[in-house]
Design a protein. Structure first.
Length: 134
C-alpha cells in the first residue's frame, strides 16, 4: 500500500492518511489482520510528524477500522466481529451526518433532490460494483 499526502491540500494530513487506509480496506488491498506500518516508519516515509500519523491511527481505531496491539503495532480490524450495536449506530450516525453535509452543499449550489440522489446512487454503484472507493 502506497500512501501519499498533499501538503497543499485543505484537508488535514491525518485525515488524508485515514481516508487512504479506509480506501485500501474498501478495495480489498488491506484485509483483516494486515499490519500497518509503524507510526515512526510511516511518518518518515511521508515526511510528516509522528503525532500526525498517530492521530490518523487513533481515528481509525476509534472508527473500528484498526486495532492496536500494544508494542506490536496497528492492524486492520475484522469489522464484522468488531461491529457492536453501539459501533453500528455510530457508523450510521456518521454516514447520516456526512450525507446531510453533502446534501446541504448540493442544495446551496442550486442542486435538486433528484440530482443529488442520482449522483449519490451513481457513486454508490461504482463503489459496490468495482471496489472504486475514491
Amino acid at each position: 500500500m502506497l500512501l501519499r499526502v498533499d501538503l497543499t491540500s485543505q484537508e488535514p494530513i491525518y485525515l488524508q492518511i485515514r481516508s487512504q487506509i479506509v480506501h485500501a480496506v474498501a478495495s480489498g488491498e488491506l484485509e483483516a489482520g494486515d499490519a500497518l506500518p509503524s507510526v515512526r516508519s510511516l511518518a518518515g516515509d511521508l515526511g510528516v510528524n509522528m503525532h500526525t500519523v498517530n492521530k490518523a491511527y487513533a481515528v481509525l481505531r476509534d472508527e473500528g477500522y484498526v486495532i492496536m496491539r500494544g508494542r506490536s503495532g496497528a492492524y486492520i480490524a475484522d469489522r464484522p466481529s468488531a461491529l457492536t450495536p453501539e459501533r453500528a449506530a455510530s457508523d450510521r450516525q456518521r454516514l447520516a451526518q456526512a450525507l446531510r453535509r453533502l446534501a446541504l452543499e448540493h442544495k446551496a449550489q442550486g442542486g435538486t433532490l433528484e440530482s443529488f440522489a442520482a449522483a449519490a446512487a451513481e457513486q454508490a454503484a461504482r463503489v459496490f460494483a468495482t471496489g472504486d472507493s475514491l
